[in-house]
Design a protein around this ligand. Structure first.
Ligand code: ZN
Ligand code: ZN
Length: 256
C-alpha cells in the first residue's frame, strides 16, 4: 500500500492543501485538496472516495470532482455517513449552488453514495474499510483501510483524545494522525476535538498499552502558521516514546 498525502494542513495556501490522502492512486480519503492536486486523468482513475466528516476543509472539492466525472460520463463510489451526505446535499450540491450529482445524469448518476455505520467494515475499491467514530465537534469517522494481503493503515481524521475504543478495534501498520495545534492550544483542542503533540503523545502511549506495539506514525492536519512549533514539540514526543514521527507534507508518499 502506498499513501500519498495531497493535503496535510488545516488551512490552504499555495504551499499547503487541506486534508486529502490518496491510497494506491485509486482510493481518496477526504476532498480538501483533490481536484487542484490531481490531473483530470488521475481524478478519473479514482475508484472510490471516503469522507470523514462535513467540515468544509474535508468536503470542499466534492462538487468539482463531480463535475470532472460528470463531464467525462464516468461515475464514482462515495462512502460516508448520513450527516456528511445531508450536509453536501443541503449546502454544496443543492441543485442551485452546484448540480446534484446523485441525480445527474438520471440514467447513470455521477455519484453513488454508500452510507457507513461506525464499527461495520465494508468492501470498497478492493479494500476493506472500517469506519470508527472519533471525538470531534461534529460526527466524524476515522478509517482503517486494509488491503487484500492484510496491510492496514489507520487515518484518524479530525479528532481529540480518548481513542481507546478505536485502538481496541484496529491493528494497523501505519497511523496517520491529526495534530492540528501546538501544545499551547490544548484548551481549544479539547473543546473542538483536535490533538496537540502532547495529546498525541498520550494517545500513542494508550495505543502501545492496548496493542503492545507502535506502528509507523505520520501526522497531518497541521496548522501551517505554527508548524515550526508543532515540529519541535513532536521531537519531544519522539524522544519520550523512542519512535520516529514524520510530519506530513504535500506530495509525501508513505509505503507499508
Ligand atoms: Zn473538522
Ligand atoms: Zn479539518
Amino acid at each position: 500500500m502506498e499513501i500519498r498525502i495531497l493535503g496535510a494542513h488545516s488551512i490552504e495556501s499555495k504551499d499547503a492543501g487541506c486534508s486529502s490522502l490518496l491510497v494506491d492512486d485509486i482510493l481518496a480519503v477526504d476532498a480538501g485538496a483533490l481536484t487542484g492536486h490531481l490531473s483530470v486523468k488521475q481524478q478519473l482513475n479514482l475508484k472510490a472516495l471516503l469522507l470523514t466528516h462535513y467540515h468544509y476543509d474535508h468536503i470542499r472539492d466534492v462538487p468539482l470532482l463531480g463535475m470532472t466525472f460528470y463531464q467525462s460520463k464516468a461515475s464514482l463510489e462515495v462512502y460516508t455517513t448520513k450527516p456528511v451526505y445531508d450536509a453536501l446535499m443541503k449546502y454544496l450540491m443543492d441543485g442551485e449552488l452546484y448540480p446534484d450529482f446523485t441525480k445527474r445524469p438520471p440514467e447513470k448518476p455521477t455519484f453513488n453514495f454508500t452510507f457507513l455505520e461506525p464499527g461495520k467494515a465494508v468492501p470498497a475499491a478492493g479494500y476493506s474499510i472500517m469506519p470508527l467514530m472519533v471525538n470531534h465537534e461534529v460526527p466524524t469517522v476515522s478509517y482503517q483501510i486494509t488491503t487484500y494481503d492484510g496491510k492496514k493503515a489507520f487515518i484518524s481524521a479530525d479528532t481529540g483524545p480518548k481513542l481507546e475504543d478505536c485502538w481496541k478495534q484496529i491493528s494497523p501498520n501505519l497511523l496517520i494522525m491529526e495534530t492540528a495545534l501546538p501544545n499551547s492550544g490544548e484548551a481549544r483542542a479539547l473543546q473542538a476535538g483536535h490533538l496537540t503533540p502532547f495529546l498525541l503523545y498520550k494517545e500513542l502511549e494508550s495505543f502501545r498499552k492496548i496493542r503492545g506495539y507502535l506502528p509507523k506514525v505520520v501526522i497531518y492536519h497541521i496548522d501551517p502558521l505554527v508548524e515550526d512549533r508543532i515540529k519541535s514539540e513532536i521531537r519531544e514526543v519522539e524522544k519520550a516514546l523512542s519512535i520516529h514521527i514524520r510530519l506530513g507534507r504535500e506530495g509525501m508518499k508513505v509505503k507499508i
